[in-house]
Ligand binder design. Sequence first.
Ligand code: THU
Length: 163
Amino acid sequence: MKKEKIEIEFSVYSSSDELQENDKILLEKARAATAMAYAPYSNFKVAAVAILSNGEMVEGTNQENASTPAGLCAERVMLASASMLHPNTIIETIAISYNNLNGSSNEPATPCGICRQSLQEYEDRLQHPIRLILGGQEGAVYVFEKSTSLLPLAFNGKDLIRS
Ligand code: THU
């Protein structure tokens, strides 16, 4: 028997003012795009804005439903749009922000488990790391150099085709 240890690495900025200019602009877009969320049940508005290798930006916001499981997270709305509008195009960076209408939005919120799985599929498919910039409307910002850092030992297609 041996023990394994997995560590993840990310950068913590005390505010978006410390970010490099392009990252700051992307996070500002995500902060603003939260207004486009449809979240009448949770009042938790999320937005994901991606910059692609072709220079295009793709946005997504959460879309809730009275039948709760029919709701969609912002990240997966954005990923589906990116895949459809710009097939086989690398996603360089995604900024994710939120606005909690019931409380404060002053620290980063990290993507849910299902979105982490979808992010890792995109990275795997395009064979390119996706940077993540996570921040609320204000406060500290986390930057991950690859989204798979958030899902160690992820399930992926390799397991399906193993003979
Ligand atoms: N939500 C997202 O859009 N992304 C996440 O990664 C976490 C949660 C949404 C889903 C739901 O509409 C609301 O936030 C509260 O869970």
